[in-house]
Design a protein around this ligand. Structure first.
Ligand code: 8X3
Length: 250
């Protein structure tokens, strides 16, 4: 088993939970490959943290093949943290955009699948591998307007649950992190097409939604348990949120 410095690949690293995870793993002494589409943000993060930046889109086969080649050439890899994803729209099932649903499946489901497939041999080869899948409480239950995001996160969750069965006995943990309400700079803004008022309304009157750092801390905690301890699923919500649909607001 490889016992050198631990090394992680984090997708969705240009902002929010992905960027926070890069920072927290670097602070804990991990080597990190930070992956995202936006080169400028990634370069800034790399300069601040010492992470290695790889510009890649998880929805593009060639990008992921190039990412895997760079990662493997750089040495052993111990963790893949699949953060790239997101929501588009808050429409009902009846009125939701098929294109939005397709885009959410592309990044949340097929993006996670693609990167996981590409790095699994290398994760297994170290004898101490982890696959983290950042789903959502939208992977566990639904809510009106959840639509394609709920469907995509349910599907993404089943990558983790199925993979864990398929890898039993192998030195690779599969860890699902399912956050509820997290206030990041972009999640709701992206969801609602840049409509800041609508994005702000998601968090209106809520006493302390989770932060990206809260979730990154949970991710880092799961990764730093002794390797025989597999946190199958970690559900994390702010205290003010009891379920997908019950939120205390001032
Ligand atoms: C985000 C949680 O409630 O917006 O993954 O679906 S929610």
């Amino acid at each position: 088993m490889d016992t050198g410095t631990l090394r992680a690949v984090v997708t969705g690293a240009s902002s929010g939970i992905g960027a926070a995870t890069v920072r927290q793993l670097r602070a804990r002494g991990w080597d990190v490959v930070a992956v995202a589409r936006r080169a400028d943000r990634l370069a800034e993060l790399a300069a601040q943290t010492g992470a290695v930046a790889v510009v890649a889109d998880v929805t593009v086969d060639d990008d992921v093949a190039r990412l895997a080649a760079v990662v493997v050439a750089g040495g052993p890899v111990h963790a893949l943290v699949n953060v790239a994803g997101g929501a588009l729209g808050g429409a009902s099932v009846e009125t939701g955009s098929v294109d939005d649903w397709r885009a959410m499946f592309e990044v949340n489901v097929l993006g996670t699948l693609r990167v996981t497939q590409a790095l699994l041999p290398a994760l297994r080869a170290t004898g101490r591998g982890d696959v983290v899948v950042l789903t959502s409480t939208a992977a566990l239950d639904t809510y009106p307007g959840g639509g394609g995001y709920v469907a995509a996160k349910h599907a993404e969750r089943q990558i983790a649950t199925t993979l864990r069965l398929e890898l039993v006995g192998q030195p690779v943990r599969v860890i699902e992190i399912a956050p509820g309400m997290v206030r990041t700079e972009e999640f709701s803004l992206n969801r609602f097409g840049g409509d800041a008022a609508r994005a702000d309304a998601v968090y209106a009157g809520v006493d302390a939604p989770l932060t990206a750092d809260d979730v990154a801390d949970a991710i880092a905690w799961t990764l730093t348990r002794p390797h025989h301890v597999n946190i199958d699923q970690l559900v994390i919500r702010p205290r003010a949120q009891a379920s997908n649909t019950l939120v205390a607001r001032a």
